[in-house]
Design a protein around this ligand. Structure first.
Ligand SMILES: Cc1ncc(COP(=O)(O)O)c(C=O)c1O
Length: 334
């Protein structure tokens, strides 16, 4: 019996996002490839985080919030989308940008998502570390506490583990939406960062009775770290969506073959994925997330883990804005 999601949600995404058959890549790879166009989900260049924000903003509105605080990498799509939704709701957006990627140029620091957040007049804070989720959340909380003293009503979207993974509920919805479009996929491939998209998608598929495999491509942590992280998120998700309770550890497949050299940095598989998608489909991937998730499709077809003739759903999670912040890196690899 599929379990229902019962949390307040603000409609942000124009649902359903298209599920596009990819003729040329299917021919190239020898699989039946479909692209779930979540890059088209939501405002200001869209992306998967729009689905997640539906639930965070639902909670924020229930609490009467007038200010939204969020933390992320300098080129965070989540932050940029949160700013856009906050603006549309008449809330004050505060974003904290963490120094997560070493040695980046001025282009990285000013273009892409940062440019868009500034254009929407977000209040921007910075955090000097990149691998300190609890510290980054702590700094946001301090700012939120100061706002409360001024009589404001802040809502913090947390980054660190242990908080209810409201965002994953957006991908429980996406799983059902995709199955309504086509219900016989063998495998889904998606980027796995915080793990909320991965956990929500897998739980939503199982909750709806689909046994399709879900492969998460690691963008920030090794497979050895990311698998347990997704499992912990799954356990927390089960408190919000009971369908997640039945997902076994062994059902969580992560692949980290495109992770090197690290978060926010491109290696040869990522560059190749960006070029292949651009040349075969005229579609853009982003350098931080979807370059690595589509690299997983290419590598796993090549290795035979995704067998010829499989029905594959590649979840395009967006991130287009960041492509412009990496123009120099991509150009230097041409
Ligand atoms: C474009 C894009 N794809 C994928 C992800 C990963 O999603 P999650 O953090 O839910 O694992 C992100 C995260 O910011 C993203 O911006």
């Amino acid at each position: 019996m599929p379990s229902k999601v019962m949390h307040r949600k603000l409609n942000i995404v124009c649902e359903p996002t298209p599920l596009a058959a990819s003729g040329r890549l299917s021919e190239l790879l020898g699989v039946e490839l479909f692209i779930k166009r979540d890059d088209l989900a939501g405002p200001t260049l869209g992306g998967n985080k729009a689905r997640q924000l539906e639930y965070y903003f639902g909670a924020a509105l229930s609490e009467g919030a007038d200010t939204i605080l969020i933390t992320g990498a300098v080129q965070s799509n989540f932050a940029r989308l949160a700013v856009a939704v906050a603006r549309a709701q008449g809330m004050h957006p505060i974003v904290q940008l963490e120094d997560r990627v070493p040695g980046k140029s001025d282009l990285y620091r000013e273009s892409g998502n940062v440019f868009l957040s500034r254009l929407m007049d977000a209040e921007i804070m910075t955090y000097p570390l990149g691998e300190d989720e609890a510290g980054a959340d702590g700094a946001l909380q301090e700012r939120a506490d100061a706002l409360k003293v001024e009589g404001r009503r802040p809502y913090v979207i947390h980054l660190s583990e242990g908080h209810p993974p409201l965002g994953a509920l957006g991908y429980v919805d996406a799983a059902k939406e995709t199955l309504d479009q086509k219900d016989d996929f063998d495998v889904f491939v998606v980027a796995s960062g915080s793990g909320s998209t991965h956990a929500g998608l897998l739980a939503g598929l199982r909750g709806a009775g689909s046994g399709a495999r879900v492969i998460g491509s690691c963008v920030r942590r090794s497979a050895a770290q990311q698998g347990p992280r997704v499992f912990r998120t799954m356990k927390l998700l089960a408190r919000l969506y009971p369908g997640a309770a039945s997902v076994a550890d062994a059902d969580i497949r992560v692949w980290d073959g495109a992770l090197t050299p690290g978060y926010g940095q491109l290696g040869p598989p990522g560059i190749d994925a960006i070029k292949t998608m651009a040349i075969y489909e005229g579609l853009m991937l982003d350098p931080v997330y979807t370059a690595k998730s589509f690299a997983a499709v290419l590598a796993l077809v090549e290795s035979g883990e995704i067998t010829r003739g499989s029905r594959v759903c590649y979840v395009h999670t967006g991130g287009l804005a960041a492509l412009f912040a990496y123009e120099d890196v991509i150009a230097s690899c041409s």
